[in-house]
Design a protein around this ligand. Structure first.
Ligand code: NDP
Length: 493
């Protein structure tokens, strides 16, 4: 039998890779090494979920002051100090990176601060020049933001850059209508930036429940985000004195929506390598509606590609998909028996807790003699817009394609902000199978919807029926009590 340096070599120190490494070493007693070329913690901890959520919190305080006044508090929001917040944020990220490093160390995982690529099915080559062998190799290299391939696209920033900005821009154009675009539109608006968002499709947050995405779009516009659907960027460049500093208006947004079909653009997708976040100078932008505007900054939130290039994968017979994803089976095994892949690099469901689950299932399968397929069904998730969306299961539209459904839905002004005279609305929605009575989907748009959907997710994963929801007593007075008090279907489809 071949004698390897390690039982397992993990490439990538993000959430999935770190979990797999430390459980394989700590619980299964494997000899494990891990290589990370950047910071430990990966996208989630260093440039994704964690700093983003802290920015969500930061962005909410201005409005809290406004609501607090209605409750008798003598409050004014004052101004937001970005450098002070950013240095506190960086200190927190340093702390968390330290936690990740010590988790690995304490589990007995040997770490290499180096880029790694595969030399053969059992050998990893490090950027330090060393080579290491392992019985099993796990690729957990995540993904990276991509810019559209238009001239001067490198004048725009990507989500990684936001946390490094020296100062916040006065105005920003955000391109895209997915999670990242919508979340940062709300965050930056809350921090006082004038936000314009161009989305090429008819409605933001494609793939989510139509009613839920409709309410989020409406709330974003009500709050003052200049959201233009059916609109994309066609040209950009440094602004000259000839360019006016106009930003598009709401009526331009309506014009864009009607032109949306023609505006879908087939960009190739260019990887965002450098960090142009603090490139100074306003940027001129021409949109598909013909409008020319000038913004202080442009953020491309146009999707992410798997980090699979230049890793020696295809050379050893591993299949790579159209978007650059490593093709794996239900046990996360690639076409090479000794090589597995988990997380965003496989482009299955690109969420941190899913990567962690995939890592745990990999360890069960390979190191605990317990073949465990990853369950990608009924994954609850949240979009941290303002208001938030929490969702699990099928959208009404997808459920209707599958079978006959009853839709229970209510939208109302929540007590806390209604008292302050605000027009904010929330949405609670259940999509129910007419035949089995099972709740197929739950969609909540409300403050803290992410917290609510985690618990609804347990019931729905267990196969709860509408009648199970009905016989659960309401918690009063809460927003979420509506989930168990909706008695009459709004429609059957
Ligand atoms: P998404 O794939 O969600 O969204 C990309 C957006 O960019 C879409 O609106 C897409 O439009 C648009 N787009 C793509 N290419 C172009 C182009 N060439 N020109 C103009 N628009 C374009 O990616 P994100 O970057 O927002 O997020 C990546 C992933 O990260 C998510 O899928 C999610 O899994 C994860 N994530 C999760 C979060 C959470 O759980 N809260 C938060 C942030 C990220 P179209 O719809 O037409 O394709």
């Amino acid at each position: 039998m071949a004698d390897y340096d390690y039982d397992l070599f993990v490439i990538g120190g993000g959430s999935g890779g770190v979990r797999a490494a430390r459980v394989a070493a700590g619980e299964a007693g494997a000899r494990v090494a891990l290589a990370e070329e950047d910071r430990y913690g990966g996208t989630c901890v260093i440039r994704g979920c964690v700093p983003k959520k802290l920015m969500v919190f930061a962005s909410e305080f201005g409005e809290l002051a406004e609501v607090g006044s209605a409750y008798g508090w003598n409050m004014t929001a004052g101004s937001f100090d970005w450098p002070a917040f950013r240095s506190h944020l960086n200190a927190e990220l340093d702390r968390l990176e330290g936690v990740y490093r010590s988790l690995l160390k304490n589990s007995g995982v040997e770490t290499f601060d180096a880029r790694a690529k595969l030399k053969d099915k059992h050998t990893v080559e490090l950027s330090t020049g060393e080579t290491k062998t392992a019985k099993t190799i796990l690729v957990a290299t995540g993904g990276r933001p991509v810019r559209p391939s238009i001239p001067n696209a490198d004048l725009g920033i990507v989500s990684d850059d936001i946390f490094h900005l020296e100062k916040l821009p006065k105005s920003i154009l955000i391109i895209g209508g997915g999670y990242i675009a919508c979340e940062f539109a709300c965050i930056l608006h809350g921090l006082g930036v004038e936000v314009t968002q161009y989305y090429r499709g008819a409605q933001i947050l494609r793939g989510f429940d139509d009613e839920a995405r409709g309410l989020i779009a409406e709330s974003m516009r009500d709050r003052g985000i200049n959201l233009h659907t059916g609109t994309n960027i066609v040209q950009m460049g440094p602004a000259s004195d000839d360019h006016s500093a106009a930003v598009p208006t709401a009526s331009d947004a309506a014009m864009g929506a009607s032109a949306q079909q023609e505006n879908v653009m087939a960009y190739g997708g260019v990887a965002a390598k450098e960090r142009p976040g603090d490139r100074s100078g306003p940027i001129w932008v021409k949109s598909t509606t013909g409008r020319e505007c000038v913004f202080d900054m442009v953020l491309f939130a146009t999707g992410r590609d798997p980090n699979s290039t230049d890793m020696g994968l295809e050379e050893i017979g591993i299949d790579i998909g159209r978007r650059g994803e490593i093709v794996v089976d239900e046990y996360s095994k690639t076409a090479a028996d000794s090589v597995y892949a988990i997380g965003d690099v496989t482009n299955r469901v690109n969420l941190t807790p899913v990567a962690i689950r995939e890592g745990m299932a990999f360890v069960e399968t390979v190191f605990k003699d317990n073949p465990t397929a990853v369950d990608h069904d009924l994954i609850p998730s949240a979009v941290f817009t303002q208001p938030e969306m929490g969702t699990v299961g099928l959208s009404e539209e997808d459920a209707r394609e599958q079978e006959e459904v009853e839709v229970y839905c209510t939208s109302f002004r929540p007590m806390k902000t209604a008292f302050a005279g605000k027009s904010d609305r929330v949405l609670m929605k259940l999509v129910v199978s007419k035949a089995s009575r099972k709740v197929l989907g739950c969609h909540i748009v409300a403050p803290d919807a992410g917290e609510m959907i985690q618990l609804a997710g347990v019931a729905i994963k267990m196969g709860a029926t509408k009648e199970d929801f009905d016989r659960t007593v309401a918690v009063h007075p809460t927003m979420s009590e509506e989930i168990v008090t909706m008695r009459t279907p709004m429609r059957t489809a």
